[in-house]
Design a protein around this ligand. Structure first.
Ligand code: COA
Length: 283
């Protein structure tokens, strides 16, 4: 991350800001909409440590820069929004560091997005899997392209969602659909996600950013103070920290067992996992 002093102008204020150059993000400011593009297309924009740290800094900018009235989070390329947490970083984790990873992500990125004082919208342009689906769910709402696919495939790795998925998905689609999606790890289409209530609108890929910006331009004509209170109040609906804390602990506990080693190794070795705990449950 490189910090550069720069001056930029907005219709509201003229002031000096820090422009941050990121290694894993592209950012732009147009019509007071800050677009954050996760930019690791060769790894389908998977969330490694650097992306989490830079996303946290970019969200801070959304909070603090008065020239920014709203933000969009999207992925680079035409294939993937975010294909999950970076699985190659799971190899070294144990119960303690697994829990710490989930907690850091939730506190510094996911919860911060959800509780931002300005609208942050996910423009989902392809795979939104695992942490990618959770990232979209943490945003205030989701617009998706026709090729987008949603899923929580952590179970294939011997894991559970760790960035709020068990809580936010259940809240949006209901308990039974969340159970099925998270237990099967299946991917669903953008249209299915719209029907489930996860996605507000499905649009052609080439119109995704324009359509998302058009919705934000309408919101920009409303009272910013009221928008902040709308976010706070809707987020306060039936929402308890206890559920997220429980998930963080359970995510960490996965790393105390053998399944996660097998699941992660199998992914990295491009083969199907063989989970030992299946054998012990059967007997
Ligand atoms: N973490 C780390 N690397 C990932 C990744 C992830 N979550 N998702 C994709 N990649 C990498 C692949 O390893 C591959 O890297 P390589 O070219 O160095 O081998 C590259 O991104 C392209 O992915 P690939 O699997 O070749 O693309 P595909 O079109 O065949 O399959 C997916 C796309 C999304 C179905 C597949 O990549 C996948 O299942 N990803 C993991 C999804 C997941 O389990 N997410 C939850 C993690 S908790």
């Amino acid at each position: 991350m490189l910090h550069v002093w720069n001056t930029h102008h907005s219709p509201f204020t003229t002031h000096t800001n820090i422009i941050i150059m990121y290694q894993t993000l592209l950012t732009s400011l147009e019509n007071n909409i800050y677009t954050i593009t996760i930019n690791r297309p060769e790894k389908l924009n998977a969330l490694n440590k650097m992306v989490i740290e830079e996303l946290s800094a970019a969200i801070d900018t959304v909070y603090n820069d008065p020239a920014i009235q709203s933000a969009i989070i999207t992925g680079a390329g035409e294939k993937s929004f975010v294909a999950g947490a970076d699985i190659s970083e799971f190899k070294q984790l144990d119960a303690h560091s697994g829990e710490a990873l989930a907690r850091k992500g939730q506190v510094t990125v996911f919860d911060k997005i959800e509780n931002a004082p300005k609208p942050i919208i996910a423009a989902v342009n392809g795979f939104a899997l695992g942490g990618g689906c959770e990232l979209a769910l943490a945003c205030h709402f989701i617009i998706a392209s026709e090729n987008a696919k949603f899923g929580q495939p952590e179970v294939n790795l011997g894991l559970i969602p760790g960035y709020g998925g068990t809580q936010r998905l259940t809240q949006l689609v209901g308990k039974n659909r969340a159970m099925q999606l998270i237990m099967t790890g299946e991917m669903i289409t953008a249209k299915d996600a719209e029907q489930y209530g996860m996605v507000n609108k499905v649009v052609p890929l080439e119109k995704l950013l324009d359509e998302t910006k058009a919705i934000l331009q309408v919101i920009h004509t409303k009272s910013p103070a009221a928008i902040t209170k709308i976010i706070e109040t809707i987020n306060n609906f039936d929402h308890t920290q206890q559920g997220y804390d429980f998930e963080i602990r359970k995510f960490g506990e996965c790393f105390a067992g053998e399944d996660v080693q097998e699941g992660v190794a199998a992914f990295l070795e491009k083969r199907k996992p063989v989970f030992k705990s299946i054998l012990s449950v059967k007997s």
